[in-house]
Design a protein around this ligand. Structure first.
Ligand SMILES: [Zn+2]
Length: 371
């Protein structure tokens, strides 16, 4: 451990003497060198063509709009010169994504497996691209240099330090393991302000590129929920800076302020409705579960209204039965073959609404947390 400590201290000392402008010009160099460092220390890139194509497609769509989209930094600084982005898929089941200075963006296979739509992926990537675009790594490094009791040198600082000292980056390869780098660097230690700025930038960038910013909201909600239910999984940056509900709420407020509707079902795939033909009737399924079967055109009309009702704030008690009629929110009615069939449909719809509630992190907020 001693050699690592000495190297960190000496880089920290040298960086303290750097002029701000020098670091600003080094984004691309720091990104490239850190990328090489990560590969040398064991970061495994995925070559899965489907994953690569998906990440590339969403990333390029966002990149195409990043220069002409006004994303005022609440934290960090805009780059003095635009830079191209590079997108990578990391073969790692940890639910994680991260970015380096100079446009290097990494998405783990583990996070790809938890996302429900390209809108949610655009939420992850828009967030990470904003970290890089607003130069958070460099700016945070600068802040740490200023603080007297500097205890944690960012990875950008380590690599930048070696460049400034004209040491080959190789000299520090042997001193660190990948987990040490990920833990010590800004990859895992974005400040709270940087996180908020990346969230807000992600929303604006998604909207400009034609993605539904609600994808960022449902992505954060899903990750918060996953983290609650599966604490054994390593959530990387998402664990270091937990997805507090105030972050979820601030993204929600931003989307509302933009005047955009919040229809979570479109981006997280929950409570999907489907129609299918069955023996002599048309079946309606909710979340993959068949809830009723009746004459074709009344079922279609009922389903169209139910779709809008599910986008709203439909409550369990609003799904009722009157004789053989299924009644939703007093206005949407469908006659079924018997009172039993109506009761079965009511139970099935209520069950799926309840299951969706259990998957929503808002359900677990205490009353005092709600705003
Ligand atoms: Zn972040």
């Amino acid at each position: 451990m001693k050699p690592i400590f000495l190297v960190l201290v000496s880089f920290g000392f040298c960086l303290g003497a750097l002029q701000a402008g020098a670091a600003e010009r080094e984004d691309a160099q720091v990104g490239a060198a850190t990328h090489a460092l990560l590969l040398r220390t064991g970061l495994k890139l995925s070559q899965d063509p489907a994953h690569l194509a998906r990440v590339e497609r969403v990333g390029r769509a966002l990149e195409a709009r990043i220069q002409d989209t006004v994303i005022p930094p609440r934290f960090g600084k805009l780059p003095t010169k635009p830079f191209p982005f590079r997108f990578f898929v990391v073969a790692d089941e940890d639910v994680n994504a991260f970015a380096l200075p100079g446009g290097y963006v990494y998405v783990n296979t583990g996070i790809l497996g938890t996302l429900h739509s390209d809108d949610e992926l655009a939420g992850v990537m828009g967030h990470e691209m904003t970290h890089s675009w607003h130069r958070h790594g460099i700016v945070l490094d600068r802040e740490e240099e200023k603080s007297a009791g500097r205890s944690n040198l960012g990875m950008a600082g380590v690599v930048l330090g070696s460049l400034i000292l004209r040491l080959p980056v190789d000299t520090i390869f042997g001193l660190f393991t990948l987990p040490q780098l990920l833990a010590a660097g800004h990859l895992s230690a974005w400040s709270r302000n940087a996180e908020r700025d990346a969230d807000a930038g992600g929303v604006l960038l998604m909207r400009a590129a034609g993605y539904d910013p609600v994808g960022e909201l449902t992505m954060l909600e899903t990750l918060a929920m996953e983290r609650m239910m599966r604490p054994e999984i390593n959530y990387g940056i998402y664990a270091t800076h937990p997805l507090e509900m105030d972050r979820v709420r601030s993204v929600k407020r931003q989307i509302e302020a933009l005047g955009l509707p919040i229809h979570r079902r479109a981006t997280n795939g929950s409570l999907a409705l489907a129609l299918g033909s069955a023996e002599g009737c048309t079946a309606l399924s909710l979340a993959g579960r068949r809830v009723l079967c009746a004459e074709d055109s009344p079922v279609r009309a009922f389903a169209a209204v139910l779709d809008r009702q599910l986008d709203g704030d439909l409550r369990l008690h609003e799904v009722r039965v009157e004789g053989a009629q299924l009644v939703v929110a007093d206005t949407n009615r469908l006659s079924l073959e018997s009172a039993e069939a109506a009761a079965r449909a009511q139970r099935a719809i209520r069950f799926e609404l309840w299951a969706a509630l259990l998957r929503s992190p808002q359900t677990f907020e205490t009353a005092g947390d709600r705003k």
